[in-house]
Every structure is written in structure tokens, then in C-alpha cells.
Design a protein around this ligand. Structure first.
Ligand code: NAD
Ligand code: MG
Length: 396
């Protein structure tokens, strides 16, 4: 058989939950993958540990002071890793010529520019950073087509749907006999709670997810169901679906990761243990399959699969996201920007749990929707949303 050419991988957000899971899968296949660059915002010690283990060519930190600290430690360790700092360096390592694959695993709007740079450079882009796509949907998907990038969804639900759709699914779902996408949701740690009880939720409770161990921002989003709202928008862009074609199904076991329903009555589902290494390995190796370190699914141990409708009264964020997608233009960018401010305020103890949805709704009401066809107007909508949300916080 032909020898494999090693793929060079940049991991944006390498110290995070998705980043470390990505490096775990990569380390299982040294003949296939080699780390080109790793990035982190502030976690210099964690990044040092990753350098010692994975020997990247380049690493990027947010601030020059942290970069200087890391340079010193790496030279003590005898490693020739180049250390860069700042946003321009993030964009560089996402689109450098020697890079084949970019894992986009920065959290939030901060990931937009480097992810878009990878797309415009025609890379294989593994998309975990859903906020980037939510903000810039039309522009992002247009850039994928225009620059011949290979976009593979890493969000477990979208990865599942990707696996359940025909390999060629462009040009609208109905052309391929798909009637609906069924987006499963665990329901988060507060499934079944009333609005009154939700008023008492603390950041620690919100970050203790029943089925997945994730970064703090996505953990809060999972608890408010904003994560499912962002995922609904993400599904519309990835699969050319209308919001009405995406049904959210609460499935507390998180074993079915999502489904596609067809006109002949067939429903295809992808199942597996809740472990992000499955979608990560799928994205890395597609169209092949590789071992990911994930335990085999034991259906007898799982025994049953439950389904229920989401409670959009107690969890209004899902509805807010669906409405923002229907409005289109800059509305999803405003939704996302306001949500990032709200989640930060909640984690800092300055906003109640139900306050997150209130703040997002108030921001969407306050700002007019614009067409948002270009990057500048998207970044502007994001900035205005953050400013309006901070103003609201000061008044409340
Ligand atoms: P995390 O908080 O664990 O890690 C975030 C990473 O991004 C870290 O490496 C951090 O240093 C870096 N980062 C943070 N702010 C930055 C900034 N301003 N500039 C540059 N880098 C910055 O987050 P995570 O849970 O790994 O999630 C990452 C992304 O993947 C999110 O968009 C999330 O929605 C998505 N995602 C995560 C999971 C999961 O299981 N964790 C599942 C699906 C999708
Ligand atoms: Mg998900």
C-alpha cells in the first residue's frame, strides 16, 4: 500500500477541552498526523506541557509577556519551538502554506478571523467553534465554496447529521429526500426545572454537565439551551436547512447524537458514547475511519433511550436563536455577542441565570437588523451588541 503523507495540523485553542481531545487522537496516529502549531490565550503552563509532549513548530499566546515566559522555558528544555503572540499570529498559523488541517477550537467570536483565514486558504477545517459560523453564516459558507475548503463539523450533533446525510447534500435538503434534521439535546443539568427554581442557579451548578466535560462557556450555554439555539443556526448554514426543518429533541442519555429524517419514512441516527474524540477522529480521517480511544457502546448497559420536547418557556434562549435565524442578516451575530457578555457576567456572579435570556432578548430588541453580507458589518454588529449588553448590565 502507498505510504501515508503526514498531515500537518494546527490546533487553535489547543489547551481547551476540544483542543486536548484533538491532541489525544493525533497522538494515537503519529504516522498520519504531525502538529504544526498550537495556540492558547492565557494558559502558558498548559501550553508548555503540550509543547513538551507534541513538539509543535510554532505556538501562539495572546500576550507577549506570556510568550516571553514560554520562550525561556522552551529553550531551557532544549526545544526549538517558535513562540508568537497576538491575533495576527493566530491568523498566520491558521493559513500558513505547510498546514493541511486546522482544528478551529477557540471559544466564541475570538475564533472568527483565524477560522475564516483557514477557510480562505482552502484548508481542511474542523469546525468546533460554532460561534464563528453563527456570526458570519452566509459569508463563511460562501468562502468555503469559493476557496475549495473542506469543512467538517465537529460539534457532535452536526457531525452525526453529516454522517446521516448522503455524501453529496448541497443544493437543499429536499433535493436529497431529507425532510427534517432531528437535533438531539441532553437538556442540560436543569432539565425539568421550573422558572422559579432556575432563578437560584449558581455558576458551579451550571458548569456541572451530566454527560459531557466541556469549557465553561459552552457548559453555561448547554444549561440555558442557548447552545442548542446556536446549534440550530449552525445546522441551517452547514446543511442548507430552514429553521423549520430543524427539530430539537431532548434525549437525556446523549447516545443518539442527532438524526436525519427522509421522505420515505426512514430516520438515520448516529450513536456512540458521549466522547468528543469520535467526531474529532471522524473529521481528521474523513473519508476514512481511525481508532479514537473511545469505549465501545454497550447498549445493554444503556438499556433505554428517552425523548421529550424542549421547554421553551423555562429556557427561552432556544426560541431567541430560532427567531434570530429567521430574521437573518446581523441578528445571529447580535444574539451571539449579547450571549457572550451575558455568560461572562453570569460566571462572574453579576447576572442571574434567567438574566442571560433577558439580556439577550433586550439586546436583540434594541438593535436594528442589518443585511450583514460583509465581514465589517458582522464585526460591527458584534461590537454594538456587546456595547448594548454592557449598558443593560449597568442599568440592571
Ligand atoms: P475551552 O474553554 O475549554 O477552550 C477554549 C480554548 O480557546 C482555550 O485553548 C483558550 O486558551 C482559547 N481561547 C479562549 N479565548 C481566546 C481568545 N480570546 N483568543 C484566542 N484563544 C482563546 O472551550 P471548549 O469547550 O474546548 O470549546 C471550544 C469551542 O468548541 C467552542 O466554540 C465550543 O462551543 C465548541 N464545542 C465544544 C464542545 C466540547 O465538548 N467542549 C463540543 C462541541 C463544540
Ligand atoms: Mg453540540
Amino acid at each position: 500500500s502507498e505510504p501515508l503523507r503526514q498531515q500537518r495540523v494546527t490546533v487553535l485553542g489547543a489547551t481547551g477541552s476540544i483542543g486536548t481531545n484533538t491532541l489525544d487522537v493525533i497522538a494515537r496516529h503519529p504516522e498520519r498526523y504531525r502538529v504544526h502549531a498550537l495556540t492558547a490565550q492565557r494558559s502558558r503552563e498548559a501550553l508548555l506541557g503540550l509543547c513538551l509532549r507534541h513538539h509543535p513548530e510554532v505556538v501562539v499566546l495572546g500576550e507577549e509577556a506570556d510568550a516571553a515566559w514560554l520562550r525561556e522555558r522552551l529553550s531551557q528544555a532544549g526545544l526549538g519551538t517558535e513562540v508568537r503572540a497576538g491575533e495576527a499570529a493566530l491568523v498566520e498559523v491558521a493559513c500558513e502554506a505547510q498546514v493541511d488541517v486546522v482544528m478551529a477550537a477557540i471559544v466564541g467570536a475570538a475564533g472568527l478571523l483565524p477560522t475564516l483565514a483557514a477557510v480562505r486558504a482552502g484548508k481542511r477545517v474542523l469546525l468546533a467553534n460554532k460561534e464563528a459560523l453563527v456570526m458570519s453564516g452566509a459569508l463563511f459558507m460562501d468562502a468555503v465554496a469559493r476557496h475549495g475548503a473542506t469543512l467538517l463539523p465537529i460539534d457532535s450533533e452536526h457531525n452525526a447529521i453529516y454522517q446521516c446525510l448522503p455524501s453529496e447534500h448541497r443544493g437543499g435538503l429536499s433535493r436529497h429526500g431529507v425532510t427534517q434534521l432531528l437535533l438531539t439535546a441532553s437538556g442540560g443539568p436543569f432539565r425539568g426545572w421550573t422558572r422559579e427554581r432556575l432563578a437560584t442557579v449558581t455558576p458551579e451548578q451550571a458548569c456541572a454537565h451530566p454527560n459531557w466535560s466541556m469549557g465553561r462557556k459552552i457548559s453555561v450555554d448547554s444549561a440555558t439551551l442557548m447552545n442548542k439555539g446556536l446549534e440550530l443556526i449552525e445546522a441551517c448554514w452547514l446543511f442548507d436547512a430552514r429553521p423549520e426543518q430543524v427539530q430539537v429533541v431532548v434525549h437525556p442519555q446523549s447516545v443518539i447524537h442527532s438524526m436525519a429524517a427522509y421522505s420515505d419514512g426512514s430516520v438515520l441516527a448516529q450513536l456512540g458514547n458521549p466522547d468528543m474524540r469520535t467526531p474529532i477522529a471522524y473529521g481528521l480521517a474523513w473519508p476514512e475511519r481511525i481508532e479514537a480511544g473511545v469505549e465501545a457502546l454497550d447498549l445493554f448497559q444503556i438499556a433505554r433511550l428517552d425523548f421529550e420536547a424542549p421547554d421553551e418557556v423555562a429556557f427561552p434562549c432556544l426560541r431567541l436563536a430560532r427567531e434570530a435565524m429567521r430574521e437573518g442578516g446581523t441578528a445571529p451575530a447580535v444574539l451571539n455577542g449579547a450571549n457572550e457578555v451575558a455568560v461572562d457576567a453570569f460566571l462572574a456572579g453579576r447576572l442571574s441565570f434567567p438574566g442571560i435570556a433577558e439580556l439577550v432578548a433586550a439586546t436583540l430588541e434594541a438593535l436594528p437588523v442589518e443585511a450583514g453580507g460583509d465581514l465589517e458589518s458582522i464585526l460591527d454588529a458584534d461590537a454594538r451588541a456587546r456595547q448594548a449588553a454592557r449598558g443593560w448590565l449597568e442599568r440592571h
